[in-house]
Design a protein around this ligand. Sequence first.
Ligand SMILES: [Zn+2]
Length: 282
Amino acid sequence: MPELPDLFYVSRYLQRLILNRRIVSTTIHQPVVIRNIIGDPVEDVLRDLFFTRIDYHGPFLRFTLSSMVEIVVNLMLAGRVQHQQKGDHPLGFKLLAMKLDDGTWLNICDQQKMAKIYLVHPGDYAAIPGFADQGMNIRSKEFSEDYFKQLAVKHSRKQVRVFINDHSALSSIGNAYADEILFEAKIHPKTIVASLTADDLAALYRAIGSVIQHGIDHVAEAAQPIHEKVRDHMKVRNRQGQPCPRCGTKVRREGVHGYDVFFCPTCQPVKRKVFIDWSKQH
Ligand SMILES: [Zn+2]
């Protein structure tokens, strides 16, 4: 699943290369993944429009076009966006392909066909599950340590891994970066939020900022094509059995609510079951 640093890179890249470009024509390869709220045939709508803005919102990529049209894409687990330049081979499993006026193509592809492509008018997001109820943008100025601590109180009964992974609370941290953030903060993924100390929460807040920023910087430096997922900077994610880069203990994998989580059992020990009353911690 593309995560915030991936979507940051993809949107910056596309802002540089396709902003103000015109869509010459659009080919639909998998109609089943398209939710067309506008109503007119997609091939007719997505023709002779210009890209006026490209950004991301939580896990969604958003392409704003001229004539009050937006394409919102949720790439889900395996979806990819390819900017196919002259001489490039198209990726397989295309869902939708847009030919642009500079001779390049913007392809949305997904082997699993789980990605969703929404065609909407700007602001009309009611038909897009999860779009309107994204939580606090973790890159925004409003995401302060105080805000985070208040949010933790609201989610105090959850396991910490579930809490930071909840897009309606924090927008947005996916599975890979959630593991990396907890490793950085030295917190066991199954710790109940209510048993985190004020220092733990402060460390967790700092780790969210630093790990996401490191991801953004690393993905930018790697400068791979936008359809490649850069994960070689991960310290514990998908590294089961490999030595922890901090202490050498083998990284372990466990399930949390059906998701695989990776952590170091030495650096991220299980906490004693002591519940902290934060109202008395200042
Ligand atoms: Zn370790």
